[in-house]
Design a protein around this ligand. Structure first.
Ligand SMILES: NC(=O)C1=CN([C@@H]2O[C@H](COP(=O)(O)OP(=O)(O)OC[C@H]3O[C@@H](n4cnc5c(N)ncnc54)[C@H](O)[C@@H]3O)[C@@H](O)[C@H]2O)C=CC1
Ligand SMILES: O=C(O)CCC(=O)C(=O)O
Length: 522
């Protein structure tokens, strides 16, 4: 497949004329071919108009057709072959195994949503049959189903060029819900974005769907992303990136005459809590596993373990010493973009220079596009006194907080901002204290895990990849797993409609054969 640097507006591929974007080879810093034309406001308008025009047809497609469409996207992505893997590796600096794994996850995610659409449970059909003889007043016939929200804006994430990008989780869940998607490519991987965008565009044609079901725009600045969220035809947005970017888009969405939800996944430092029994039993093994998680993908995961809480003493010192030794051996790793590498350096320099923080280890140094891992230590009192120590440093840096006791650990947790994950490391003897801490964690995070680390999110029905603000804009939702579809749905109730006028999901004969709640019973 050729990468032409073109926008995909419905069925067309056109050259954008508002500035240009160049991919940068993440490792060498060299500019890559071709150049990508930035979309104009007219291009944006055309994409949104097509999405709006496609909406009513697309949202009422049969479950089978929509599921086949999602599976066709996955097949078309695989059909691109190695060109996609190599382009993504060059644009992101991520290794082959990671990109291939991410491609598998992306296709698996699309297929998971195909299953969700076929099963039809996401429609949450509820039927309360009429009770004309009820006293003192008759009950009307009430039937509820979820419908798609409308066209959705999807912002590709820099750190997952496939699984959180053009055909990533936000796109898969929006399309599954019945929402057309206008994707805004991340300029860190425009070639990868175009290749995947063409695979989606082809799937739209393969399945005979209206062309406006999918468009892909490049933005040489910020105006297209902002205009997209402001456009009256867009009814929700999905985003993964910085807190600054996410909150800017949330503000635009709130200031619209009709505000819309922005599902932004932003910063998180993902506390890891080392319980006393676990430290006695396995401080060294836990420290080595921790460094593995911390340095995975140059630390460029929003689930990265950026904060460790433990009770001061010899066992915590063993953990710190082992982690410091392992981290000291870590080679520098190429980061996604020169900008992200620079932001990481700035963040690490700031924490290293902080009066309340001791630098206990740095990884091996590298060149300008690479990140050098870092491990830092502070006390609970200092952590609580300096809110800036909670700031996410996007990369392989983590801060260990020495706490005098478990009550202080709970206090530190209570003072944290909302997080995506918390990991507790325990042995059986720690269960009574762990039981006490879990309610504190539940108030702060979207996922609690035991004896592991949050990196590497499983795409599954019971997954929550979300959390209270600012880890996400809306802690009631997830961006990974089948529950992600709910972000792009809203319930509609139909009162006393004749069967002929009801959508198939609600008809008396249940022609879709889906599970329904009738009079409160499954
Ligand atoms: N916690 C996390 O999962 C992640 C955090 N980051 C953080 O973000 C920094 C920059 O990385 P990026 O991926 O480029 O994130 P970013 O937030 O700067 O950009 C993400 C997307 O949002 C758009 N955007 C950002 N600000 C905008 C605005 N004001 N108006 C309109 N569109 C806007 C960008 O064009 C891009 O498409 C990193 O150094 C890191 O600190 C980045 C990726 C993931
Ligand atoms: O850890 C993962 O698999 C996903 C992480 C993520 O969502 C992110 O880094 O943006």
């Amino acid at each position: 497949m050729t990468i032409n640097g073109e926008l995909l507006i419905g069925a067309r591929a056109v050259r954008g004329t508002s500035g240009e974007i160049r991919a940068i080879n993440a490792d060498s810093g060299e500019t890559m071919e071709p150049s990508f034309g930035g979309a104009t406001l007219e291009d944006l308008d055309a994409a949104c108009a097509l999405a709006d025009a496609a909406f009513d047809t697309y949202r009422e497609t049969s479950p089978e057709l929509r599921a086949t469409f999602l599976e066709t996207i996955a097949a078309n992505i695989m059909a691109i072959g190695d060109e996609l893997v190599e382009r993504a590796m060059a644009e992101t600096g991520l290794p082959r195994g990671r990109i291939e794994g991410e491609r598998g996850r992306t296709c698996g995610q699309l297929k998971l949503f195909a299953g969700v659409v076929r099963a039809g449970r996401y429609l949450d059909v509820r039927i309360d049959p009429a009770q004309p003889d009820r006293q003192p007043a008759p009950r009307p016939d009430l039937r509820l189903r979820n419908i798609a929200l409308g066209p959705v804006a999807v912002f590709g994430a820099s750190n997952f060029p496939l699984a959180f990008s053009v055909a990533g989780g936000d796109t898969a869940s929006a399309l599954a819900a019945g929402c057309p998607v206008v994707a805004k490519a991340h300029s860190a991987h425009p070639g990868t974005s175009e290749l995947v965008g063409r695979a989606v565009q082809k799937a739209v044609a393969d399945c005979g769907l209206p062309e406006g079901v999918f468009s892909l725009l490049f933005d040489s600045g910020r105006s297209i992303g902002q205009g997209l969220v402001a456009d009256r035809r867009i009814k929700a947005a999905g985003f993964t990136g910085s807190r600054g970017g996410g909150t800017a888009l949330m503000k635009i969405a709130q200031d619209r005459p009709e505000p819309i939800p922005v599902y932004a996944e932003m910063s998180s430092i993902n506390p890891v809590i080392l319980f006393p029994g676990a430290l006695v039993a396995k401080a060294e093994a836990t420290a080595k596993a921790f460094v593995g998680s911390l340095t995975l993908g140059a630390g460029q995961f929003c689930t990265n373990p950026g904060l460790v809480l433990g009770i001061e003493g010899d066992d915590l010192d063993t953990f710190i010493g082992t982690a410091a030794a392992a981290l000291g051996d870590m080679p520098a790793a190429t980061m996604l973009t020169p900008g992200i590498a620079k932001a990481y350096r700035t963040g690490v320099e700031a924490i290293g220079a902080h009066d309340a923080v001791e630098t206990v280890a740095r990884g091996k140094p590298g060149h300008n596009c690479q990140g050098q891992a870092g491990l830092f230590v502070t006390t609970a009192a200092d952590f609580l006194a300096h809110h800036e120590l909670q700031d996410e440093i996007f990369g392989a840096a983590s801060l260990v907080v020495r706490c005098p006791d478990l009550a202080t650990i709970a206090d530190v947790v209570d003072h944290l901002e909302g997080q995506l994950t918390a990991a507790i490391h325990i042995v059986e003897g720690d269960y009574p204290e762990a039981r006490k801490l879990i309610p504190h964690l539940e108030r702060k995070v979207g996922r609690i895990l035991v004896n592991g680390f949050g990196t590497g999110v499983e795409v599954a029905h019971a997954m929550v990849h979300g959390g209270p603000y600012p880890s996400t804009a809306d802690g009631r939702s997830t961006s990974v797993g089948s529950l992600a579809i709910n972000r792009f749905l809203r319930p509609v109730s139909y009162q006393d409609l004749p069967d002929d006028l009801l959508p198939d999901a609600l008809k008396q004969a249940n022609p879709l054969g889906i599970e329904r709640l009738v009079d409160g019973e499954r």
